[in-house]
Write a protein of this length. Structure first.
Length: 139
């Protein structure tokens, strides 16, 4: 089953409605144009989806789970910081900053129950490197 755009828009509207601020205030705080936010939730005009960077800012501003927003799985409100690294990794994969081997290593650790935060601090062989500030390990 693919990404369900209609359900994403529905969840985004739900998250926006749960916040006491106006849509304009949320958009300004997330540094996205208000009309763009409106298009993401299915408003008038051309309907588009957010970039990973924009999604990360909106998710952080609303305090909702990116996983929930994108899939509908899990709680709407995650534990503090739970989605931050996940979105950073997704953005780096999309930008080609992380190689396939590192992605597989992270996925394996996550599937084995190791927190992804731990996997980000080391390379797949257990050494230093990985997804730190310097980027992926040299090939």
């Amino acid at each position: 089953m693919g990404f369900d755009t209609k359900e994403f828009r529905k969840r985004l509207r739900q998250a926006l409605a749960a916040d006491e601020r106006s849509q304009s205030e949320i958009a300004a705080a997330a540094k996205v144009p208000r009309d763009q936010l409106s298009r993401w939730k299915g408003g008038r005009g051309k309907q588009v989806l957010p970039s990973v960077d924009s999604l990360a800012r909106v998710v952080e501003e609303l305090g909702v789970s990116a996983h929930w927003l994108l899939t509908g799985d899990g709680p709407m409100n995650p534990p503090d910081g739970a989605d931050t690294l996940r979105l950073e990794v997704i953005g780096r994969v999309v930008n080609g900053d992380i190689d396939d081997e590192t992605v597989r290593a992270l996925a394996t650790r996550s599937a084995e129950g190791d927190p992804i935060e731990d996997a980000s601090e080391t390379d797949p062989d257990g050494g230093e490197g990985g997804l730190g500030e310097e980027g992926p390990p040299a090939a």
